[in-house]
Design a protein around this ligand. Structure first.
Ligand code: GLY
Length: 364
């Protein structure tokens, strides 16, 4: 088992465990984290069998959890889903000593995490992510959120999970487009922090896509190490943490304008990273060879680097103006000077429009 700790201010810690078979040890980990309170198992309703396995593991420690299904998919990451979950937690009479366990992908983790951040003004949280995307990004670092019609993740809270249990076995049945989606974030870590990870992916991509357990463990552990380092240095995103949003300014806008769920998150981020790479070349002299390495990897993974059908430029820009990095109405982008050397800077709209047209967006 690989264990990575995120050191946080005020002597807090969030610990990530990575290994096969961890769902069967969920109960042991919850009790091992020093709580005897009640447990709410909040799970993606498509994961009935896994939820039964998790329930059995908790029951083996002598507690019956309250088991609460959540609807699947980004289109359900809404205030309505959150409100229903708050009511279900209250209905189950869970008190302040309780632990919320989020079992599922990024949507489940974000909604259950936000409920844990706010129910009774905050209760304990354990993340048990089941998709590669959630394992390498969403479940780690304490961001929780819901979407608005106006944009992705626009309402949320920082709430660190005490533990993140990453069971690699859950990837064996993950749909291929979801595996590809998670891989976009892995490529992102290579670009923002670790050129060696890009080299490793270039050599071992076939094993990763073939779901070789040790290759998967390597990419998950390296991604979590990078994220832990960034979050440990800037938990609340007052500076450095913004680099984790490379490719996400345009990516989130694509998801919002195309309709939540139309593009996987990773597909949208892949297109966004391609556009941000071009902007980095123009503005910061990001080397052509580095950009080409990134694009080549994205294509080998099977991710898009252009829109599959044109989206209009103006709604994309409007979604970007609502991005959390925007200041005084100016859209700010995470750009690369070299692999691993990032900068956040505002970009004028004509240049963004040009970048959007280059990825296939349509002018009016
Ligand atoms: N997914 C970006 C972050 O956690 O900061």
């Amino acid at each position: 088992m690989r264990t990575i700790a995120i050191p946080l201010p005020d002597a807090r810690r969030s610990v990530i465990h990575i290994a096969p078979g961890l769902i069967d040890r969920l109960g042991e980990f919850i009790r091992g984290s020093g709580t005897s309170g009640s447990i709410a198992l909040v799970y993606d309703c498509k994961l009935e069998a896994l939820a039964r396995q998790a329930t059995a593991s908790i029951e083996a420690t002598g507690t019956s959890p309250s088991v609460i299904p959540l609807p699947s998919g980004e289109a359900n990451k809404t205030v309505a889903t959150l409100a229903a979950l708050w009511e279900a937690l209250a209905e189950a009479e869970l008190d302040r000593e309780c632990t919320v366990v989020a079992l599922g992908g990024g949507v489940t983790g974000d909604v259950a995490g936000f409920a844990a951040a706010t129910y009774l003004r905050g209760v304990r949280l354990i993340q048990a992510p089941t998709t590669l995307l959630a394992q390498v990004d969403a479940s780690v670092g304490g961001k929780t959120a819901i979407d608005l019609i106006a944009g992705k993740n626009l309402v949320g809270a920082f709430h660190q999970p005490e533990g993140v249990l990453i069971d690699i076995d859950s990837l064996s049945t993950l749909p291929p487009d979801q595996l590809r989606s998670g891989m976009a974030e892995v490529v992102k870590y290579g670009v923002i922090a670790d050129p060696e990870l890009l080299g490793w992916l270039e050599r071992h991509l076939d094993q990763v896509l073939g779901r070789d357990p040790s290759a998967l463990e390597h990419v998950i552990a390296r991604s979590c190490e990078i994220k832990a380092d960034v979050v440990g240095s800037d938990e609340r995103e007052s500076g450095r943490r913004a680099i984790l949003n490379y490719g996400h300014t345009i990516g989130h806008a694509i998801e919002t304008v195309a309709g939540y769920g139309h593009y996987t998150h990773g597909a949208a981020v892949s297109i966004g990273m391609t556009a941000a790479g071009e902007l980095s070349r123009e503005l910061l002299g990001f080397p052509k060879s580095s950009h080409e390495r990134m694009v080549e990897l994205l294509l080998r993974i099977g991710l898009p680097i252009r829109l599959e059908a044109p989206l209009p430029v103006e709604p994309l820009l409007s979604a970007m103006r609502k991005d959390k990095k925007a200041r005084a109405g100016r859209v700010r982008f995470v750009l690369a000077r070299t692999l691993g050397e990032m900068e956040v800077r505002p970009i004028e709209e004509p240049m963004i429009q040009e970048a959007l047209r280059a990825i296939g967006a349509a002018s009016p």
